[in-house]
Ligand binder design. Sequence first.
Ligand code: UT7
Length: 342
Amino acid sequence: MTNPEIKNPRAKHDFIGRTCSISAVGSYVPEKVLTNADLEKRIDTTDEWITTRTGIKERRIAADDEHTSDMAAHAAKRALERAEVDPADVDLIILATITPDMPFPATACLVQEKIGAHNAAAFDIEAACSGFVYALEIGQQFIMSRTYDTVLVIGAEKLSSIMDWEDRNTCVLFGDGAGAAVLQNRENSHGLLTACMGADGRKASILSQPGGGCLHPATAKTVSDRLHFLRMDGKDVFKSAVNAMATAAREALGRCELEIDRIKCIIPHQANMRILKAVGDRLGASEDQVFSNLERYGNTSAASVAIALDEAVEQGKVERGDLILLLVFGAGLTWGAAIIEW
Ligand code: UT7
């Protein structure tokens, strides 16, 4: 029987008798480790600055011949194996990324081929670092509406391919990797209870990759002007991130009539240790509640909370029946908070 103490906001809709749960998760990070000491040799920075300002010690960098679709496929295969789902039984693949293998076709289609999910529809979504929560919520809609029974949601990034390795303000922060979740109807679980998402296009310019779209198609000039690299006003992003994640978290908790102490594990987007701490403090959460693997991977954008969720489960930080709060924030600006009964 589903836990009667939990108020499920989705039960207000016509979805009674069906829930959307995460059957299993999986993740993948490339082998190559780039440490702060390695970066000290390339740019004007120090391990001390990076550690104290961000909490990051090292990040993973994909090989030259390893692309977003390859990392996504590894993570997806792990999640499908754990869920005991044959790839041929996947109905839909949703892949969140800002670093697709190419502008089109969708990287989700390349993953479909790599994992042998030949019966699945496939598309990409782009909500930057918020992508995984956006994709979970989209996938959830297909399950709840009974359109599909098995949806594979992936967050994957090769951010090293859009880093300006001469810009110390950004290149020390990001890393590569992928995480995946298998969504299915599961009896006796509330699954994804709610997701509050938001966006503010007025702040689109504070975090972007300006070149490569129809605004600035690739030319020799856009390349020499470095428009194909990620650009960020870190301070503005920092403030916006803390406010948006705390507000979205409160809204999600309110919808489910939950206090923060009922959440077993808070998994925020792994952007900066100071952001994680500030959000945790604003929510009145204890340090133990807030999960972090930022030290080892840096910011992996859409893959960030997916990898962290997989590690939290692996480390036994959450068990079936526990409540998890995912918090994300990224370019757009976009943000989101999702509450899941694991
Ligand atoms: O996924 C969502 C997107 N990203 C984020 O969430 C990032 C949000 N922002 C942040 O995490 C922080 O703003 C940063 C880590 C990016 C920067 O921290 P900060 O405390 O806001 O530093 P700052 O921008 O105020 O820079 C302070 C100083 C500057 O020097 P001056 O102008 O005061 O002389 C920078 O040039 O630190 C300098 N600096 C560095 N020094 C050594 C910037 N990057 C580095 C570096 N090494 N890598």
